[in-house]
Design a binder for this molecule. Structure first.
Ligand code: HPA
Ligand code: ZN
Length: 325
């Protein structure tokens, strides 16, 4: 099915886990190449496992499938496949998360990950017309010490990493656990974002803002529960990177028609829509625009506003070089 022109409106994607773009076909191809046996008969059987109850049930599969990513070539293939698809969906700029600890824990060096992803990113503008930035995420269900070790291990690659983020299981792992590592990241000149308010209540968002000093909140879905928080987010023009299809698949909301996106925009929040883990959640960036257009009756002006917001909220600096794309 080809996407409607409106869904292909030029946009930036700001909340995208590269490991979450691993489509079943590529997972099996890489498993083959690396002599790994996946515990699924075929791509169809794997796709049938994509029925999630919550964030953790998704994360279990997400981490399991990463076993097929071993070499620089694997990471390059993963990122190149994403960039090709994203380009076809109107993405002109992508700020891409990766989870180094999910790879180093399996014995894959962070250098392999960054060099492999970096190869695809280096060719992205010329090959796909998509500019890119890379954001390294810490796994919040791992220790603060592990996050600090990861920051240390990333030091040789900081020329290719624009910022740090925080992802994985949220509830019970508040942002405050990572105060020191975010301070250290800030001192290195890295930009700061964090997942907050996906499953966690507004206190998780407050901590991301006040303890970590994030410039952008990933998800922030539960912001409307706290009017003071909304006032703060509006006052400081803190962007939210919402992921509506993810919220339905991980059952943060029951159906897309109940997504608070419109209410959030009406409240003056700087909202963007993104695909999160598109191989698992049923759609890439353009599909997501199309889905919210249909389910939430967002008119063309509102979609254009979302597309505009995505560039405003990005880490593009507005320089001649960045604007030239
Ligand atoms: N939430 C938290 N952690 C994640 C996600 C998500 O949606 N995707 C990959 N890691
Ligand atoms: Zn995410």
């Amino acid at each position: 099915m080809s996407l409607a022109p409106l869904a292909r409106i030029p946009k930036a994607e700001l909340h995208l886990h590269i490991e979450g773009t691993l489509e079943p076909e590529l997972a099996f191809a890489l498993a083959d190449r690396n002599g790994i046996t996946l515990p699924y008969a075929d791509t169809e059987a794997l796709r049938k496992a994509y029925l999630f109850d919550d964030l953790q049930s998704f994360l279990n599969l997400y981490y399991e499938l990463m076993a097929v990513l071993i070499t620089e070539d694997d990471f390059e293939a993963l990122a190149d496949a994403y960039l090709a698809r994203a380009a076809g969906q109107g993405v002109r700029h992508a700020e891409i998360f990766f989870d180094p600890q999910a790879h180093t824990a399996r014995g894959v060096d962070i250098g392999t990950v960054v060099e492999g992803l970096g190869r695809a990113l280096a060719h992205s503008e010329e090959r796909h017309g998509v500019s890119t930035k890379l954001i390294m995420c810490f796994l919040r269900d791992q220790s603060a010490e592990s996050a600090m070790e990861t920051l240390e291990a990333a030091k040789p690659y900081l020329d290719r990493i624009v910022g740090v983020g925080l992802d994985s299981a949220e509830v019970g792992n508040p942002a405050s656990k990572f105060r020191e590592v975010y301070e250290a990241a800030g001192a290195l000149g890295l930009r700061k974002v964090a997942h907050a308010g996906e499953e966690g209540d507004p206190s998780y968002i407050w901590e991301a803002l006040d303890v970590l000093g994030v410039e952008r909140v990933d998800h922030g879905l539960r912001s409307l529960e706290d009017p003071e928080l909304v006032a703060r987010l509006v006052r400081d023009r803190i962007p939210l990177t919402l992921c509506p299809l993810s919220n339905v698949r991980l059952r943060a909301i029951d159906v897309l028609e109940e997504h608070p996106l419109v209410a959030m925009m009406d409240a003056g929040l700087l909202c963007t829509v993104n695909s999160d883990d598109p191989a698992y959640f049923g759609g890439y960036a353009g599909d997501t625009f199309h889905a919210v257009h249909e389910a939430l009756a967002l008119d063309h002006e509102r979609l254009r506003e979302l597309a505009r917001n995505s560039f405003v909220a990005s880490f593009l600096d507005g320089s001649a070089e960045d604007e030239a794309r």
